[in-house]
Design a binder for this molecule. Sequence first.
Ligand SMILES: [Fe+2]
Ligand SMILES: [Fe+2]
Length: 134
Amino acid sequence: MPDPEPDNSDLRRRVQALDTQHARILVLAREALDLAIEYKVDGLHRALDLLHKRLNEHFEDEERLLQELQFEGLVDHCESHMALMERFAELLVQVATGGASTGEVVKFIEGPIKGHFGITDAPIDLFLRTATSR
Ligand SMILES: [Fe+2]
Ligand SMILES: [Fe+2]
């Protein structure tokens, strides 16, 4: 008797959850961007705090799954997450203390955040898609 096919439904569910996180993060980033452009500072602070929290959760989930699947670019990818979160933490402090303009928030969202999801995550998405289709 051949071995039964490994059940990858749990893997599919987790990859789907990461996709949902991506979509929600981009919506949140768009909201923060609009608040920054409209100079709605109170709403912007709340949106940035939530975005920071959601990014942190997403990066943890993504790194855990990549580690379990032995993704060979894991170290570099974790470093890209860390660099993004460090820059974000600095920005939050600057925004809270009035040391950053809303223009800098716009630049951060348009640059590092959109860049991570649009470019840096692309090989990750491909890797996970390949892993779930086995
Ligand atoms: Fe991601
Ligand atoms: Fe990532």
